[in-house]
Every structure is written in structure tokens, then in C-alpha cells.
Design a protein around this ligand. Structure first.
Ligand SMILES: Cc1cc2nc3c(=O)[nH]c(=O)nc-3n(C[C@H](O)[C@H](O)[C@H](O)COP(=O)(O)OP(=O)(O)OC[C@H]3O[C@@H](n4cnc5c(N)ncnc54)[C@H](O)[C@@H]3O)c2cc1C
Length: 323
């Protein structure tokens, strides 16, 4: 007997929680496969990056476009498909029932589905985000991805702020764009090799050990970094090689297993490449799976997972027809 025949019909085949690039890309392939889908999304509010003014890069045909404009276009395109509903709500809870999932939204409604795709992005939980000025400049002139944002700061004065074991690699990478780099250890021990690499890039490069008091900004543009000892380090942009993220509460509450992981892969769930978790029919994509997928990667993950779900639905449909 099929799974479908056990259950009262759920409201949707698939609920996607999170309407960033990962969630909307997944919704597009499901829409085009005529799968009854809801995308539930509340716009993110973390940092200037959410405001939409910031140019993104490395997403083919969209170089320089803001994330907000990319998402608006994607949502408009999805409105052409009647099988997909876009709900502007926050999901408070996801529960697994015997044959379906029940999703509780912040307006009190409960919606059920056969599959759930979590695409809620990541949540920054790094102490450094609490230092005055950090979130103001984040995405404007504080970044984690040099491939996405260093080009605009070619030959400028840059800072690398301590994040851990990947700092040495960040300094080496940034030498593709500038030879003017100050490393701010922010009161932490730093890795052997950093001084030698900085000198190799340019003898004028420095290491500042003191803890950081403030990221000094004007209209969200970084002017420099003030240390607790009063020293002011001029910098036009700052890069961090990683930012700690927190576990997604919806995944924790429903019982998804997490990886041990380190660096960028800390606090991310255990999944296979299509995003399947230990909970049947609950999949995770995008930054909530990897912590930093990039726009292209998030789009790819959405398509891959959407395609997997369509295949699964088709198999189930024919299984129930074969005696
Ligand atoms: C500062 C910065 C600059 C970047 N620049 C680039 C760049 O130039 N190029 C590039 O390729 N990548 C860049 N990235 C990375 C890229 O933005 C992400 O990898 C990508 O957007 C991840 O997409 P996503 O769909 O997984 O998550 P997100 O885009 O974060 O979308 C998740 C959505 O889910 C919503 N949500 C969360 N919880 C709930 C809930 N409970 N209920 C309902 N909705 C919820 C969020 O509000 C959000 O709208 C940058 C990242 C940052 C932080």
C-alpha cells in the first residue's frame, strides 16, 4: 500500500521554508513539474546585505545586481505558475507527523505537506558581529568572500580580521588584489606563518594584536578599525575567513542530525548531496545546508533537490499503480 493512500491529503506536496535563491530555485523546478508547492518566506533582516543596495558578483548574467533585485525577479517569474504559492510569513515550527509534516506560521495557521525543504539561510552567531559598526558595514565593506567582493578594492588598503585557522589562506588570496594588508588579531593568538606571508606580500604590512573596539564607518562605509588601546587602523574593507553560524532552530527541534565540522561547516546538518537528512522527506538546501553556498551554488542546490523530489513523487505514483 502506498504512503499516499494512508494519509489524509496534505495541503501541499512540498513546503519550502525560506525564499532566498536556494528556495526559489527549488520552487521553480517544482512549479515547472506541476508539483503543488508553497514557499514560506519572511525577508531576512541581518545586516546591510539584506537591504538590497549591495551589489553581488559571480552569479552569471547578474553580476553587480543586488540580492533583493534577483529575488524580486525570481518571485515575479514564479507568479506565472499556478502550482506555486508564495506566503510572506515566518515559520515558527515544523513537526513530523506519521505521513506528513505540519508547519506552524506566525499568523497562527497550520499547513501540511508531504515534503519539507528547509532553505532558511544561515544565522550569524559570531561574537565579532556584536562589535560596534560591524553589522553596519557588513556587506558594504566587511566581507567573508574575496571572490565576490575583493575586486572592487583592488590596490586599496585592506584589513584581515582574526577568525581562525583559515586566516593565512585569506591573506594569501587577498594578495591577488592588493599588497596593502593589515592583520588584526583582535586579542587572539595567531598562526605561525602569517608574519612571513605578510612580509612576503609587502614589507610594509603589519600585525596588530590589540582587541578591536569598533569598526568605524561613515554611511556604512568602513573607514578603519579602532582598537581598545586607542590605535586606529585605516582600512577601506575588512575580510574575515569565516563567521560562526548557529544551528537552524527548525532543524534542531525536528530532530535533524548535525555534523561535527569546523570552520565554515560548523553547525550544519548532516545531509547527502541532494540535501536529504535523517528525517525522511525533510531536505535542506543552500546556506542552511552548507553555511555559504554562494548564489550560483544555492541555485544549483535548489534545482538538484527539486528534481530529486519530482523523481520521488513519480516513483511513488507508479508504485501505487503496480500490483
Ligand atoms: C555580506 C554577504 C555578501 C555576499 N555576496 C555574495 C556575492 O556577491 N555573490 C555570491 O554568489 N554570494 C554572495 N554571498 C552568499 C550568498 O548571498 C548566499 O550563499 C546565498 O544567498 C544563500 O542563499 P539561501 O537561499 O540559502 O539563503 P538566504 O538568501 O539567506 O535566504 C533564506 C531566506 O529564508 C528566510 N527565513 C529564514 N528563517 C525563516 C523562517 N523561520 N520562516 C520563513 N522564512 C525564513 C530568510 O529571511 C531569507 O529570506 C554573500 C553573503 C553575504 C552574507
Amino acid at each position: 500500500m502506498s504512503w499516499q493512500s494512508h494519509a489524509a491529503s496534505p495541503d501541499y506536496d512540498v513546503i519550502i521554508i525560506g525564499g532566498g535563491v536556494a528556495g526559489l530555485s527549488c520552487a521553480l523546478i517544482l512549479a515547472r513539474s506541476r508539483v503543488h508547492t508553497a514557499v514560506i518566506d519572511v525577508p531576512t533582516t541581518q545586516g546591510g546585505y539584506a537591504s538590497g543596495e549591495i551589489a553581488t558578483h559571480n552569479f552569471l548574467t547578474q553580476d553587480g545586481a543586488s540580492k533583493v533585485s534577483i529575488l524580486k525577479k525570481a518571485r515575479d517569474e514564479l507568479k506565472n505558475y499556478s502550482s506555486v504559492g508564495l506566503l510572506d510569513l515566518r515559520v515558527l515550527k515544523a513537526r513530523k507527523q506519521l505521513f506528513s509534516f505540519s508547519i506552524t506560521c506566525d499568523d497562527g495557521r497550520e499547513i501540511t505537506s508531504r515534503y519539507v525543504v528547509i532553505a532558511t539561510g544561515n544565522r550569524f552567531a559570531d561574537e565579532i558581529t556584536k562589535i560596534p559598526g560591524f553589522m553596519d558595514a557588513f556587506g558594504y565593506s566587511i566581507f567573508t568572500c574575496p571572490y565576490c567582493h575583493a575586486y572592487e578594492f583592488t590596490n586599496r588598503q585592506l584589513a584581515v580580521v582574526h577568525s581562525g585557522d583559515t586566516d593565512l589562506n585569506m591573506i594569501k588570496l587577498l594578495s591577488r588584489w592588493t599588497d596593502n594588508i593589515t592583520y588584526l588579531a583582535n586579542g587572539h593568538d595567531w598562526m605561525d606563518g602569517i608574519r612571513a606571508i605578510l612580509r612576503e606580500i609587502s614589507p610594509k604590512n603589519r600585525i596588530i594584536d590589540a582587541p578591536i573596539a569598533e569598526f568605524a564607518t561613515e554611511n556604512s562605509v568602513l573607514k578603519g578599525i579602532r582598537c581598545e588601546n586607542g590605535e586606529f587602523v585605516p582600512a577601506e574593507a575588512a575580510f574575515l575567513s569565516s563567521l560562526k553560524t548557529a544551528k537552524e532552530p527548525l532543524l534542531v527541534e525536528i530532530g535533524v542530525d548535525f555534523q561535527e565540522g569546523s570552520g565554515l561547516n560548523r553547525n550544519v546538518p548532516k545531509t547527502d548531496p541532494v540535501g536529504r537528512t535523517n528525517i525522511e522527506r525533510l531536505l535542506v538546501i543552500g546556506d542552511s545546508r552548507t553555511s555559504f553556498s554562494t548564489l550560483s551554488g544555492a541555485a544549483y542546490e535548489g534545482i538538484l533537490t527539486g528534481g530529486y523530489i519530482v523523481g520521488d513523487l513519480v516513483e511513488e505514483q507508479f508504485k501505487s499503480k503496480v500490483l
